[in-house]
Design a protein around this ligand. Structure first.
Ligand SMILES: C[S@@+](CC[C@H](N)C(=O)[O-])C[C@H]1O[C@@H](n2cnc3c(N)ncnc32)[C@H](O)[C@@H]1O
Length: 316
């Protein structure tokens, strides 16, 4: 776990500066889901943001009047989160810089949703503390909603322990939103292809890693070694890719029933993620990405994407 902590601490300064297509799309879509599917529909609540990082989602919930506590094991990300309080304007939410027009459009959509709530409510800035998802230091049934996004569960060594902790601190009838790395999406093709094209996709030079997708049971989660960050100087981290079936079953064991499933980077992942996680994307790449992104937005039904987003309730 120290590895994960150190790597995220090392990203603290650049974490919020999303000038690549991959993460700016991921977080624009995710934040819009939160505003549209949760904030817009649910009354004011106590929220626990597990693996809050620099507080993207914590600030979003609190802009709508929710009472938010964020916990994380990376102290330096928590410091960035706390510092944001000074410049944060709940009436003009902009969670990260608008390098692409779709980020500005999603920010505007989110602001329109929040406007319907703000005016009636008080704003409480989120509070941030050091805390491990596998051993949460709060009493049972304290929170009305749990947010655990940005793939936090994919970095946690024992995700079942983290799920049992989520279930313990969530009130019966309370809701949760979990976003993790998904096993079944176009990336799995790129993993298998990369050793054949001699690592040109910069994803996976090892045949063994590619074969994991094919040799492990279809419904089993797998650990992979993933190159985060810039194409030319990646930071390799272990990452758990979840099968939706397994994760839903693990959640259900603790009384957390999934009601809705969404995905992000379904069609956009027709371009390997390593090309999209580039701080200076070419005009051609941006053009192609936007076509796929617009199609993904319009797709009326669930397509498996590289991010799996699960929303549900704790049974009473
Ligand atoms: C990709 S970041 C996501 C941060 C934030 N939720 C977001 O969406 O921007 C993953 C976060 O999980 C945190 N994390 C990893 N393992 C954790 C654990 N065992 N307990 C709490 N946080 C953890 C990392 O420190 C990091 O901040």
């Amino acid at each position: 776990m120290a590895g994960v902590q150190d790597i995220f601490n090392g990203m603290a300064k650049e974490y919020d500066d999303l000038s690549d297509l991959w993460y700016s799309w991921l977080f624009s879509r995710l934040h819009y889901f939160i505003a549209n599917k949760i904030i817009y529909r649910e009354p004011l609540k106590k929220v626990l943001d597990i693996g809050c990082g620099t507080g993207f989602q914590s600030y979003l919930y609190s802009a709508a009047g929710y009472n938010v506590i964020g916990i994380d094991i990376a102290n330096e990300l928590l410091e960035v989160a706390k510092e944001k309080e000074t410049g944060f304007n709940p009436d003009r939410v902009e969670l990260f810089p608008e390098y692409f027009d779709y980020v500005a459009q999603y920010n505007q959509k989110i602001r329109n949703i929040l406007k319907k709530k703000i005016g009636k409510i008080d704003y409480f800035p989120p509070k941030f503390y050091f805390g491990d998802a596998q051993n949460i230091s709060y009493n049972d049934k304290k929170f009305d909603h749990i947010n655990c996004c940005g793939s936090t569960l994919s970095f946690v060594p024992n995700h079942k322990k983290a799920i049992s902790e989520m279930a313990r601190v969530l009130k019966p009838g309370g809701t949760f939103l979990i976003e993790v790395e998904h096993k079944w999406n176009f990336n799995f093709l790129w993993y298998i292809l990369d050793p054949i094209v001699r690592g040109k996709l910069q994803l996976n030079k090892s045949v063994r890693q590619g074969l994991k997708f094919l040799t492990k049971k279809f419904t089993r989660n797998i650990w992979i070694n993933f190159p985060f960050g810039e194409y030319n100087k990646p930071i390799n981290m272990n990452l758990k890719l979840f099968s939706a079936y397994s994760l839903k079953r693990d959640l259900m064991k603790y009384g957390l029933k999934v009601e809705k499933k969404y995905s992000i980077h379904a069609l956009t992942n027709l371009i390997p993620c390593t090309f999209l996680d580039n701080l200076k994307p070419s005009k051609k790449l941006i053009f192609l990405f936007k076509i796929l992104a617009q199609l993904e937005e319009k797709f009326p039904f669930y397509l498996p994407g590289s991010s799996l987003v699960l929303y549900g309730k704790k049974l009473k």
